[in-house]
Every structure is written in structure tokens, then in C-alpha cells.
Design a protein around this ligand. Structure first.
Ligand code: FMN
Length: 370
């Protein structure tokens, strides 16, 4: 194999890997945060290599004539470079695993996703120009090839991006009773308490559905909002029996999702815990406590910490159940153990928020295995 052939093959291999990696990165909602962050770093490293290999392009930039096509190509390539740098920066700020910058910015995840979508379009253009740039006019198949390529690119868009977009902008209507009901699981007479915390139960949605930005909400047949963790709590209670209580805060959260993310970030930075209201006097009579909560900033929400702080858990099994937007249980279990003297089960049930309406069977199977 001569030197040029070998370089060409390496180039091609890197480009193919880059393309596949980018498609995998668009599937954040499915792959979860740890994979996404590691793949993101690999992608950036390979992009740098791609640029070094193609250094000739930069060297030639001041040479030759600039016709319209060349102007557009150069503009797109520079826009792509700027977009990649912005994706990297927003990704680092938003990182839950690899980087801990301590910067909490509302809406940064959304900005990262929009930049990724723009990157997708720019990459598609970049690939098309370079792949077909040298094809001579006599090849009439070019327009057809372009259409096929764009259609192929649209498939990963549909598969990966739409569920993500849907989760953030649409309210899912469910039949509450059907969603939560299912098989019972026997806990040999042990006294069970299910406790849940949810943003929805601690927010005043006075302005109705349309006012709720970044919804990710469930709506029952009576047009009442249901929290993800509330629905999971009700499934556990339906399966395992016992009692169910919600964690209620005195101060409510804003109805906008992004504002709640900011409010929670501020709350995390404060020393004092939020005040809880309408809570049971004690939880003495229970052997097992299922603790259902949403992952907030990679850990337990402050009201959950307030709940754990309030009661004596000695001699009880505490079984965490985490609903999340891709981050799994984050560092919540470690943080629960730091404030709770009960026996905390190491492996919690983790449920991705988009799966809530369809996971009753998964909950049953998990309960059977405890
Ligand atoms: C303040 C806030 C912070 C969040 N932080 C994270 C996070 O760090 N990782 C994650 O995967 N999801 C995060 N999410 C998404 C929630 O964990 C997820 O949507 C959850 O299912 C919401 O449950 P709920 O409807 O019971 O409140 C966050 C949501 C909010 C409101």
C-alpha cells in the first residue's frame, strides 16, 4: 500500500467514525449522560485530528480565486468550527460526570441541544460538499445521490432527536388508573411506606398547560398534572401495598421548568433546608421505605434531604427510586447515605422520565427481585 493510499484510508476511517459518533451523541436521551460525555470528548479529540490531517485546506485558504461556491464552503466550515467550540463549552458547563465547573446556568442544556442540531445541518453540508465536490457534471446521478444522502441523514434525526424534543415540549396524556395498576408483589408482612417528591406537586400551575415551558409533564384524564415521581410512587404502592405520602414544601417552585432548574440550583447553594408542610408526625411503624424522587442537579432535591433529616430511619430499609432525564441515579445514593442512618439499598431503580407511562411491568419485576 503506498503512503497516499494509507493516509486516505485513515482519513476516511476517521470521518466515518466521526459521523457515527455524532449520530450517537444526538441520542443523549437514550444513551444517558456518562456515555454522552465520554463520546463527546472522543468526538472533539477526533475532530482535532481530522483538522490536523486536513491542514492543507487551511494553508490554501488565502490562495486561489473565491467563486460563490468556495465562499459558501469556507463560511460553512468556519461556522462549523465555531459551532463545535460552542458545543464543547456548553457541554463542559452542563457536564454531570467528567467536569465539575460549579457553574449552574438555566437553559444551558437546551442551548447545547440547539447547537448540536445546527452542527448536524452544518456537518451534513460539509460532508456533501467534500464528498461530491469533485464529481464532474457528466455524472447525472449527483442530484439523486444528494436526495438519498439527505434522507439517510434524516433517519437518525427522526429516531434520535424527536423523542428528546417531544419530551421537552409536549405534555403526555395518560389514563392514570391504567398506567399505575398491575400485578401485586408480596413483601411477607413487612410494613411498607412509599414516599415521593415531585416538582409537579410542589408547583402552582395557575396559568394552565400553555404557560408551562419545557413541559415534560403527564396529564391525567381529569386534566390534572402528575409528577413523574408521583406516578412511580403510586405504581409501587399499587404493587407493594402499604401507605403513601408526598413530600410537600412550604415555598412552591416556579411553573416554568427552566426557572425551577435555576431555583433548585440556588437552593442547592444554601445552608438551610426547605421547610416541609403536612408531613406525618413520625414513620416509626414501617420496616421498608421506598423513596421516590427526581434527580436534581445530579443528586437528591433539597426537600428530599429535608425529609431524610427529619425522621429516624434506624432499623429500616430505605430503597431509593430515581426518575431522571438521562443522568441515572447520579451521586444521589452517596448523598442519601451521608444524611440517612437507615440501611440504604445500593442499587436503586432508575427510570428515564420518557419511560414513566410505560414502566409498570419493569417496576413489578424489580420489586420481585428485592
Ligand atoms: C431542578 C431540576 C434539575 C434536574 N436535574 C437533572 C439532572 O441533573 N440529571 C437528569 O438526568 N435529570 C435532571 N432533571 C430532570 C428530572 O430528573 C426528571 O425530569 C424527573 O423525572 C422529573 O420528575 P418529577 O416530574 O417527579 O419532578 C432535573 C429536573 C429539574 C426540575
Amino acid at each position: 500500500m503506498d503512503k497516499y493510499n494509507a493516509t486516505g484510508r485513515v482519513k476516511k476511517a476517521i470521518d466515518i467514525i466521526l459521523g457515527l459518533l455524532f449520530i450517537a451523541l444526538l441520542g443523549y436521551s437514550f444513551t444517558g449522560a456518562p456515555f454522552h460525555e465520554v463520546a463527546g470528548i472522543v468526538f472533539i479529540a477526533m475532530t482535532i485530528i481530522h483538522n490536523i490531517i486536513n491542514i492543507k485546506w487551511y494553508k490554501a485558504i488565502k490562495k486561489g480565486i473565491y467563486n460563490r461556491k468556495r465562499k459558501i464552503t469556507v463560511a460553512v466550515n468556519f461556522a462549523l468550527a465555531a459551532d463545535m467550540v460552542s458545543i464543547l463549552l456548553t457541554g463542559i458547563i452542563n457536564s454531570r460526570y467528567l467536569f465539575h465547573t460549579g457553574i449552574h446556568m438555566a437553559g444551558i442544556g437546551r442551548i447545547h441541544a440547539v447547537l448540536a442540531l445546527a452542527g448536524f445541518v452544518l456537518i451534513a453540508f460539509h460532508v456533501l460538499v467534500h464528498a461530491f465536490g469533485r464529481v464532474q457534471k457528466k455524472y447525472k446521478v449527483l442530484p439523486a445521490a444528494l436526495v438519498i444522502l439527505i434522507s439517510l441523514l434524516a433517519v437518525p434525526m427522526d429516531v434520535w432527536m424527536l423523542p428528546y424534543v417531544k419530551r421537552h415540549f409536549l405534555t403526555v396524556e395518560v389514563d392514570q388508573e391504567t398506567v399505575i395498576s398491575g400485578e401485586s408483589v408480596d413483601f411477607n408482612g413487612r410494613k411498607i411506606l412509599t414516599v415521593y417528591f415531585t416538582r409537579v406537586g410542589n408547583t402552582d400551575f395557575a396559568d394552565g398547560v400553555d404557560a408551562v415551558s419545557g413541559a415534560s409533564l403527564l396529564l391525567n384524564e381529569k386534566k390534572e398534572f402528575l409528577g413523574n415521581s408521583q406516578v412511580i410512587g403510586q405504581m409501587i404502592r399499587d404493587a407493594a401495598g402499604g401507605d403513601i405520602v408526598s413530600i410537600n414544601t412550604k415555598e412552591h417552585y416556579p411553573s416554568s421548568y427552566s426557572d425551577t432548574v435555576s431555583a433548585a440550583s440556588e437552593e442547592m447553594g444554601r445552608q438551610e433546608l426547605p421547610e416541609l408542610v403536612d408531613m406525618p408526625e413520625n414513620i416509626d411503624g414501617y420496616d421498608v421505605v421506598f423513596l421516590v424522587f427526581p434527580l436534581w442537579w445530579d443528586t437528591i432535591p433539597k426537600p428530599v434531604e429535608a425529609f431524610l433529616n427529619r425522621y429516624d430511619f434506624s432499623g429500616k430499609s430505605v430503597i431509593p427510586v430515581v426518575t431522571h432525564g438521562g443522568g441515572g441515579a447520579g451521586r444521589s445514593i452517596k448523598d442519601i447515605k451521608a444524611v440517612c442512618c437507615g440501611t440504604v439499598v445500593e442499587k436503586p431503580l432508575e427510570i428515564y422520565c420518557g419511560d414513566i407511562p410505560y414502566c409498570r411491568e419493569q417496576v413489578t419485576e424489580w420489586l420481585k427481585g428485592l
